[in-house]
Each structure stands twice: as C-alpha cells, then as structure tokens.
Design a protein around this ligand. Structure first.
Ligand code: B3K
Ligand code: ZN
Length: 874
C-alpha cells in the first residue's frame, strides 16, 4: 500500500454532470448499471489526460463509450481502477458490473444487515459499487432506480425525492429517486428491505413542509420518538443559530444493526447505527438518549457543514467534522447544562485524544499523508478539530463567528473547499490575522502550557508567566509556537474574582489573553493580597496545563472559582494529586495513606445544599485510570489501579453516611421522566450507589439489589447491575447478570450493555469471561457493536486486566485482530490501538506487546491494519 500526500493534490481531470444508476438487487449477484455524463475539467488544461475511474471488487460485465461497446483492449483494468485513454472532451460512459453484497463483511459499499440492503460510501466505498471518479471534489446530480423482489424488499430508498415507482415481472418492483443537489459520491445511499416508518413533519423558517421519516425494524417502532424529537430540535436550532434551513422535501433516517461507526450523513437519507437512533427508557439509558440526540443533530448539521459545502480532498476532513462536532456541542450546550457538557467533552478529550497525540499514530488535525483514509476518522480530526473551531469562535467572538459562517456557506455553497477557505472567511469578517493560528491545523501533539506566578506584596503586583512547548511527534520534531487563547481570572482571598489591571489598562474580571510567543509575562497591578489564578477557564484551548498548586489552593478553587468548568477541574486535579501520592507510596513500598485534603473536600461537597445535582454528580467522579495514566511517561497500570481503588474505598468508607443520605434523597418517588432534573437526579443517585457499593457493605449491596429489581428504566437497572457485577463479592452479581440476560435476550442493544458490564469488572477472571462470552450465541465478530461492547470494552476500560503480566490480554487482542483483519479491516485497525501504545509501558510488557504486534504484522494485512501496525513499530 502507498501513502497519498496532501502536497500532491491535483484537481480532477474529468467532471461528472449527471449520474443515472440502476440497481438490480440480489444477495450474491447484484447488478449495477451506471450511465455517467462526463466532461473534461477546464481547470486541468493538459490535453489528453486519461479518464481514470476507481473500482474495487467489481466484476465488469459491459462497458460502452458514447453508445459503442468497448472490448478489453480499449481500456486498462486493475484491481483498483479502470483507465481509458484518448477519450473525447465530453462523453457518456455506461457500465454494468456485478457485485456480491451478501459476502461483504467489511460493511463498506453495498452490504446486507439483518437481511436488508444498505450502503456506506464515506470515505471511499462508492468504488465498491460502480466505476466512478470517487473523490469528494467531483460533484454530480444523481438519479437512482432500485429494482428488487417486492416481498423481501418492500421498501426501496435512496437520496432525494421518489419520482417513479411500479411493478415488474416475477414479483419484482422498482422505485426511482432523484436528488436535485449535486453531491460527491461519498454521500450516495441506498436502502432496501423490510422496514417500517415513524413519520412526522417539520415546517421550516420560510414555511416549507418537510416530511420526516425514521425507518426501523418492526420491533423497534416504539423506540423512535426521541430521535424524531431531537431531529426537529436540531432543525430549529440550526435555523436560529446559523440561519441554515433544510433544503429537500424529505429527510429520512434508517436504523441498521451492522454499522462501522455511529451514523452517516448521506443527502436526505441518513443511515444510522441502531445504537444512535433507538431510545426507549425501559431499554436505553439516559446516556444513550443523549447520544441519540447529539448524533441525530450532528448528522443533520452536516447537511450544511459537509453536504452543501463539502471537502476538496480527504485531508480536509476536519473542515466538515471539526466544524460539525463544534456545532453539535453548541447544540447540546443549549439543550442542557453548558458546564456539564463541557466537562464531559474535556474529560474525553484529555484522556483519549491526548493519548492519541502522544502515541505512534499522532497526526495533525489536517494530516499531510495517509495510506488508508478510514484510519483518520479520529479523535484528533473530530474532537481536537472541534476545539480548533471553538478557539476561532472565541477569538473572533460569537457574533463575528456567525458572520464568518454565513460568508462561508454563501460563498462556497455547492463547492468542495479547504480549511484555508474556512479560516479565510473568519479572518475577513474579523480583520484578524489568523496565519499563526493555522499551525493548529498542521502541528500534531498536545501543547504543554506551563504557568508560573509571583506576588509582590510591597509593589502589590502579581506576575504571571506562561510558557508553551509542543513535544515532538512522529515526523514532526520541531514545533513553532501556537496562538493559544488562555481565558483567565484572579480569585481573591474572599473567593471573588478580582478586577484586573495590566499596564494601566482595566481588564475586568475575566479576560482571554493571547499567548503567541514561547514565553510571555503579564503583570497585574493594585492587588492587596495574593490571588489564586484561575487559568484556562472553560478549557479555552486543548492544552496540557502544567501548574503546581497546593491541595489548599485546589480545594479553594473547587468552591470559589466562578467558572463551573474550573471548579470541576480543581476537584479533578486535587484527586489526581492525592492518587499520585498513593502511587508514589506504593512504588517506594510504603503503606498507602490518602491525603485528608481530598476527604475534606469531598465532605464539603456532600454536606453543602445540593443546588445543581448534575454538576455535583460530575464533581463526584474520580479521574479515570486512563486519565491518571496520561500523567505519566512511564505507566504503572497496577499501581494506578490499586491507588485509585484505595482512594475510592477510603472516601466511600469515610463518607458513607453522607453518600447514603444523598442516595436516599434522590431515590425517593422516582417514576421515570425525561426531564433534565430527573436525568440529573438519576445520575447523582447512581453515582452515590457506586460509592456505597465500593465499601462492599451488606446494606449497600442490598440497596443495589433492590434497585436492580425495582427499576422502571434502564439507567437505574444497568447502574445497579454494574454495581453488583463489579462488587468483589459475586454472590449477588452473577444471579443478577443471569436475570438480566433472561429479561433482555430479545434486544441486541441491551445485550451489548450486558457484555460490557461483565468484561469491565475488576476481577482477575475478566479475561476468561471475555473468552467465554465470545462463544455466546448473542455475540458475533461480524457485528461491530458486539466487538466494541465485548472486546473493545475489555481492552480500553479494563486496563489492569488487559495488561496482565502473563500477556494473555495482549494475545487475546492480537488473535481477535488477526481474525477481524479478514472480516472487517476498519474495525480491526481501531481495535488494535491499545496494543500500539506500548511505549509508556515497562520493558517487560513492552516486549510482550511488541511480540504480538510482530505476530500481526506477519499476516497478509489490509491497508487499514498495515498502516497502524507499521506506524506503531516504526
Ligand atoms: N461522516 C461519517 C463518518 C464516516 C466514517 C467513514 N469511515 C459520520 C459523521 O462523522 O458524521
Ligand atoms: Zn460527522
């Protein structure tokens, strides 16, 4: 496999005006007949460029150029492409190919899921359907005729509007769809099968009626209301917030069980992983409801940021993904609590994305090269990409950002553009020079921000020095300074934000300073007492903040900081400090002793009147093992696990009565409701239950057991199940797991949670459980959700068991990855990631992990896995 480079980009030699497709659907022998109207691209003046069409796993039946049938000497055909030389400037190319959807386990192109046909074309799946210039800068109008057996496939869907339907001989029928909007092939979609709609309508700002349809299997019809509600909310939000209206007369969402990612924004016909559409409170948790809402919104927002304005090439992926994630984050913040949303985003970014930035596959938000583009649908492109857009919006201000996005959508509507085009709009409307800012797109790695401060009581000044440094990443040794927006305030001894005065200028109580140099110092005047600086409020930049603060200062900020995010973060840093002490104590063979400052801070949280249960629930989460590991160059997984566990048990024991009181307060008269207050109440209650059960007291286990049996919703039932299944004493856990499986055997999404609940348990037998469950009838390596729920959950969320010193966790992962390499390369390449992060492990484990990677490398690898393995062993 060869790498493709951004610097080699050239515009396409041919453009497509019109595509007319006809599908004759059949399990193993689907025929695809395509008619392309092509024209030379005036932007490529070199004459006589050949016409190159991509095509993979296609059996060519017939090819016609301007009506004349071609013979094999008229073209060149490889496994990857079809080349025609000496073609006219304008031509019609007709092809007929045969494909085999039922054998397609890669879930890319046309495949079957639960007996229904569906497609996934982003990034390069369309070339598995027909010969085509499969690149996002070729935009064409499509019509799609679908022919199929009427009884097996009563529903036939594609992009745009249905324009014709009718019967055919032999019990077949057809529907023809027309999409009036030119689009790249990656947005093409087709669905055929036994599906049922839940319908609604939406009236747009300008008064147009749009038909909304969610298509699902019959047994899921009762799980669609939430997706529809979310869709309408998203449509309205985009009109109000970005002035963007929907453009077709119909918007369809289809739920499928076998899907590589969360969902896909195909024009007018979104295809979703069923886990991101279906939600009923009896079978799905509040977290699943939130996921459905945000993914539905995300795919809807793509209609403008992605579809109407798309990417010139796949290096620009973050142009649509970073921007759209930012938009869905803003939407969620407006629907719920902005502080809680921000806390959850940052918790994820700081563990998973920072780890990616520090690992062997680190890449910039806009990568410079790739072997397999599917490997670049990453946290860096999505989440860090969203952080970059967030910084832009903070830098230019919310109103100006809206002007910039208006300009972007108007100027580039119907075009395929670049990150520069987007940033240029923001520079134009704001008058800011954003050239240094562009480094956020080109430099990989997480910048480190060091802060030092000094108070001079005689001069009554406070100086703050900020320093930045971005560590080297593979292929990028030297980094230039970035423009880092640092939102800050100075908190006075009474807990008030102090007015800031710098060089005679009055700054108010909060300010975003722009760190542009490697090091900059600010001096604040007229301060009667030493303030505690509150830095990086709202997590104003995706950086690692290195700042020595005492437990007292952190405890102070935990209650005094006016920024909700920073109050939470002070708590996290305090817990981290205490856990790091425990790790140290272990490493020097001393007995563990939890810092009383942490117990005291927790006591204060629990004793205070509960004003915001949602925030309190976040404040009561200990940093995850993954986040703790992120603080170390050399990771001691066992010490981390033991230290966190010790901290958890010690706090739980010390504060048992307070947790119990809070649990009881929020467990009272709780008939299920979707209201925000009810959601927050459940989260706080279940957080407390977790703490109580950490003590392993008889009473706590009984509370969990009772909640498990009496719950009228999945949030409470699953939380109780996890408590029981993770308790050291398994006498109630195992029967609860059995009962749960009996109750929910008919629901594959719930069974996913059942798999995860078991393989994330801390017990030493977790790995044996994984093996056992892989043989369970509800498990299948062909279904990505199952793979993620069972193996993915084990290797990512059960760190000390995955890293067992006998190497059996590594071997299990390698075995699975080798098998998946043949079944589904995209999933294999993602699942293997924890094995590639060996550099921070001790030498012994490093050796074991590398051996497993070498074992994988010896296989005949898909490009997906090849790229990841080579980069990690480089
Ligand atoms: N754009 C799709 C992701 C496609 C992934 C291809 N491997 C979903 C999304 O980001 O909205
Ligand atoms: Zn997206």
């Amino acid at each position: 496999p060869k790498a493709i480079h951004l610097k080699d980009y050239l515009p396409p030699a041919f453009l497509v005006q019109q595509v007319d497709l006809c599908f004759r659907l059949d399990d193993h022998h689907t025929r695809v007949i395509s008619r392309l109207q092509l024209q030379r691209n005036p932007a490529r003046k070199e004459h006589d460029l050949p016409l190159v069409l991509q095509g993979q796993q296609l059996q060519l039946i017939e090819l016609k150029l301007d009506g004349r049938t071609l013979s094999s000497s008229d073209y060149e055909l490889t496994d990857e492409q079809l080349t025609l030389t000496g073609v006219p400037d304008s031509l019609v190319l007709e092809s007929e190919v045969e494909i085999d959807p039922l054998s397609n386990t890669a879930l890319e192109g046309l495949y079957q899921s639960s007996g229904n046909f569906c497609t996934q074309c982003e990034a390069e799946g369309f070339r598995r359907i027909t010969f085509y210039p499969d690149r996002p800068d070729v935009l064409a109008r499509f019509t799609t005729r679908i022919e199929a057996d009427q009884s097996r496939f009563p529903v036939l869907l594609s992009n745009g509007n249905p324009i014709e339907r009718g019967e055919l001989p032999d019990g077949h029928h057809f529907v023809t769809w027309e999409d009036p909007f030119p689009k790249p092939a990656y947005l093409f979609a087709l669905v055929a099968g036994q599906l049922h709609p839940v319908k609604d309508t939406y009236t747009t700002l300008s008064g147009r009626q749009v038909a909304l349809e969610v298509w699902v299997e019959k047994e899921n019809l009762h799980k669609c209301d939430h997706a529809l509600r979310s869709l309408k909310a998203a449509m309205q939000w985009d009109e109000q917030t970005y002035g963007r209206e929907y453009d077709l007369d119909i918007y369809m969402i289809v739920a499928v069980n076998d899907f590589n990612m969360g969902a896909m924004e195909n024009k007018g016909l979104n295809i979703f992983n069923s886990s991101c559409v279906l939600a009923d409170h009896r079978s799905e948790t509040d977290m699943a409801f939130h996921r459905v809402e945000s993914v539905v919104a995300h795919e809807y927002f793509h209609n403008w940021s992605g579809n109407r304005v798309t990417c010139r090439d796949w290096f620009q992926l973050s142009l649509k993904e970073g921007f759209t994630v930012f938009r869905d984050q803003q939407f969620s913040a407006d629907q719920h609590s902005p502080a809680v949303e921000r806390i959850q985003q940052v918790a994820m970014l700081r563990t998973a994305q920072f780890a990616e930035d520090a690992g062997p596959t680190a890449h910039p938000v806009r990568p410079e090269s790739y072997i397999e583009i599917n490997n670049f649908y990453t946290l860096t492109v999505y989440e860090k990409g969203a952080e970059v857009v967030r910084m832009l919006s903070e830098l230019v201000g919310r109103d100006t950002f809206r002007k910039g996005s208006d300009l972007y959508f108007e100027r580039f509507d119907g075009q395929a553009v670049t990150v520069e085009d987007f940033v240029a709009c923001m520079a134009e409307v704001s008058g800011l020079d954003l050239s240094q800012f562009m480094r956020w797109y080109s430099q990989a790695g997480t910048p480190q921000l060091t802060a030092e401060s000094h108070y001079n009581p005689t001069a009554r000044t406070f100086t703050l020095t900020l320093r930045q440094h971005t560590p080297a990443t593979p292929g990028q040794d030297l980094k230039e300074p970035l423009l880092i927006p640092v939102k800050l305030g100075l908190v006075g001894p009474s807990g008030q934000d102090l007015p800031m005065e710098v060089n005679g200028e009055l700054w108010g109580q909060e300010r975003v300073v722009h760190l542009k140099e490697q090091e900059q110092t600010w001096t604040f005047h007229n301060l009667d007492a030493e303030p505690v600086p509150s830095l990086l409020r709202g997590f104003s930049a995706p950086v690692r903040l290195l700042l020595d603060r005492s437990p007292e200062q952190l405890a102070f900020l935990m209650t005094a900081d006016s920024d909700g995010f920073n109050r939470w973060d002070a708590g996290q840093q305090l817990a981290l400090l205490a856990i790091r002490e425990l790790i140290n104590q272990q490493q020097c063979g001393a007995a563990m002793m939890l810092n009383p400052a942490l117990i005291q801070a927790y006591r204060q949280l629990l004793d205070a009147q509960v004003t915001d249960p949602a925030i309190l629930a976040e404040m009561l989460q200990l940093p995850s093992e993954a986040y703790i590991a992120e603080q170390y160059d050399q990771v001691d997984v066992d010490a981390i696990h033991l230290a966190r566990d010790y901290a958890r048990k010690t706090l739980a024991t010390a504060l048992y009565p307070a947790f119990l009181k809070l649990y009881q307060q929020f467990a009272k008269n709780q008939a299920w409701s979707a209201e925000a207050a009810a959601v927050a109440g459940r989260r706080l209650k279940n957080t407390c239950l977790g703490w109580l059960v950490a003590t392993e007291s008889e009473e706590a286990l009984q509370l969990a057991q009772r909640q498990f049996e009496q719950a009228d919703n999945m949030t409470d039932q699953l939380a109780a199940l996890i408590c029981l299944a993770h308790a050291e004493d398994t006498t109630s856990g195992d029967p609860a797991l059995k009962a749960f499986a009996l109750q929910w055997a008919h629901d594959p999404l719930v069974m996913d949670s059942w798999f995860s609940a078991q393989v994330t348990r801390p017990h030493p037998d977790a790995l044996e459980r994984v093996k056992l469950l892989m043989a369970h009838p509800a498990f299948s390596l062909k279904n990505p959700n199952k793979v993620r729920a069972l193996i993915g959950a084990f290797v990512n969320q059960n760190r000390h068991n995955f890293h067992r010193r006998d190497g059996s966790g590594y071997a299990l992962l390698a075995d699975t990855v080798i098998e998946l390499n043949r079944i589904n390369p995209q999933i294999a390449a993602r699942l293997v990631i924890p094995l590639t992060r060996f550099r921070r492990m001790d030498d012994y484990r490093k050796g074991l992990m590398k051996n497993e990677l070498e074992r994988i490398r010896a296989e005949k690898l898909s490009p997906d896995l090849f790229e990841v393995i080579e980069k990690s062993l480089a």
